[in-house]
Write a protein that binds this ligand. Sequence first.
Ligand code: FES
Length: 671
Amino acid sequence: MADNRFVVFTPSGKRGSFPNGTAVLDAARALGVDLDSVCGGRGLCGRCQILASEGEFAKHGITSTTANLTDVGETERKYADRRGLKPKHRLGCQACIQGDLVIDVPPESQVHKQVVRKRAEARPITLDPVVHLHTVDVTEPDMHDPTGDWQRVRVALEDQWDLAIDGVDNSVLHRLQKTLRDGDWTVTVAVRQGHHAVGIYPGYHARALGIAVDVGSTTIAGHLCDLTTGDVLASVGRMNPQIRFGEDLMSRVSYIMMHPGAENELTDTVREAVENLATEAVKEAAKKAEVAVADIHEVTVVGNPVMHHLFLGLDPTELGGAPFALATDAAITTRADELGWSFNSGARVYTLPCIAGHVGADTAAVILSEAPHTMDAMTLIVDVGTNAEIVLGNKERLLAASSPTGPAFEGAQISCGQRAAPGAIERVRIDRETLEPRFKVIGCDLWSDEDGFAEAVAGIGINGVCGSGIIEVIAEMYLAGIIDQDGAFNGTMTRTSARVQETGRSFSYLLHAGEPELRIYQTDVRAIQLAKAALYAGARLLMDRMGVDRVDRIVLAGAFGSQIDVTYAMVLGMIPDCDLVHVSSAGNAAGTGARIALLNNDARREIEDLVRRVEKIETAVEPNFQDHFVAAMAVPHKTAPYPNLANAVDLPARSQPASDSPGRRRRRKRG
Ligand code: FES
């Protein structure tokens, strides 16, 4: 034991004694330290980098110094010349212990590293993909000991990686012998779930890719990820080509009902679009890294129930009417070749489970991303679209429902509404005294009252108002007294500003006088009131069922949710009152959830288990829905107090008669 050296690994704190000359990687493996390796200690992958600490470590009774590692040898020097090594970094597979040491494993060298997310409040992603690469040296065949090539690969994986392989794809067997010989008996095997071989490459191979796909009814978005680092290599999106069969989901279901067999056409269309998206993502990533479509081993897919069914080739007709029965609500794993994809026949495609007939795998993915089930905070998640999916709960209990908001939030049913695209008004402010508006359009950073605005928008035009703009203009109209709590125009405002005009038997507000002229009519206000009342009523029903009258945290998910200013969403009463500090937009949380399921094996079990425990509420049959809906038509609400909102925004006094002159209104002051 005299030659044994004491080694402590940080941050894990794992420690042990090893004979002089033990490679750091071997010591780490012996202690179960989270130190990565793909090449199996050949000095090729660089995943095993470590740092030796300098100093006295009284707690451990040792003095650690970089001199207690062997000098840099030829293999390590070659690696440094080829790929570069940061100062003081050593390859753990090459550096050997020759004295007491404290060894730091930096985050990038940890197998289960945390993948960086932009939002601080978001749940971290721990890297633990389903597919890992393992490089092995395989014994050459021998006349005296006849065994199959695959059997010797299996033995190599067991001896060199401690893996018990019990299955192999035919596609691997098909190219096994040539690959072994091309690699001079060194191959890299892609192993799924630690026991099934799904890919094989000659020699050392560094890349295993996965793509996380969110199949929306309008757009399809994909994140191409490196499964060995968790990095997003490319993010791409395209329109869902199914749009030619119908703008919204129900029109596509109707198309299928009227054209028997058309579901196959819609299935082919969406599958082809996802395959093209994957190819496009690899092309995009190839601009910066050496990647190929054949490196895609894993695909995760999320989508609403209709998209989920069509993608899997399941007839969605039953989802077109009550009781909205799903063909299956389970997670499904299929293979790329079963979907007709050619990029890597053995790639597995994991589709997340659905929650209910109206609450799909996209919502399951949002739950994974926002993780309400891991928190004490009572969290309300709202994914706003034609149907709003609503989730409420915390680590004790989760409820989910959908509410029929209709397409108003997306600009449909609004006279000047349009999709979020260049030229659409997305931000609006109205002067409280003059009622003059100023606004921003997508594609221009200037406000309309700033110098240079006219020139800046000359090329894109001012064409309409997108969802976030509609919410802001109506909320601002309320704050400026142009409409009252019931959403009715205040006719006396025609005397204050020429912007408010009598239009037929009602009034309108002139937002933009150019070509096209953009006006907000009473019918537009009503359409938004109906949509927001449905959303609020759905949330309120879940709160009733949960037995709470306030929530601690609100997350607005989805493309539209990420564009909304949360304060205006609350002014309008789309969501219940909450401390605005705890109200956030999550962006494409469904896409992030798909990425989590791609990068973390346990997340799949977690969501599969969780969707079984989510309590599904059917808003259509809840007797209180109508009462909540009627009360929620008012701005922000007929009766519910909004104390947090009142602290942040000067709200008009409530419960004034509709005919009351706004000039006489008293305002609540900022708290
Ligand atoms: Fe691959 Fe060390 S294990 S370089």
